[in-house]
Design a protein. Structure first.
Length: 87
């Protein structure tokens, strides 16, 4: 049962992480951050960091995998928002 549970977890992890990456790539290429909300990005970053810590604490490889990548991706969007946003 644990293998089946982790297969579901990794499938969800791959899909949700892959869905987020095009936004990071598009923002990086276009440098257009006008549609990104800094409060949302910060709340999302904190939430994903919480999920990463939770995944580590419960020893869930799928949660660690997905959330580690998404923490980096959301950090990049915060960086791009600061760098390319109107001051």
């Amino acid at each position: 049962m644990d293998n089946f549970t982790e297969i579901i977890g990794f499938t969800a992890a791959i899909l949700t992480t892959a869905a987020f990456l095009p936004q990071v790539y598009k923002t990086w290429k276009s440098k257009d951050v006008s549609g990104l909300s800094m409060p949302m990005l910060i709340m999302f970053f904190i939430g994903i960091t919480g999920w990463l810590i939770y995944g580590i604490l419960i020893h869930s490889p799928s949660m660690i995998f997905a959330n580690a990548i998404t923490v980096v991706s959301s950090f990049l969007l915060i960086y791009f928002k600061n760098k390319y946003g109107k001051k």
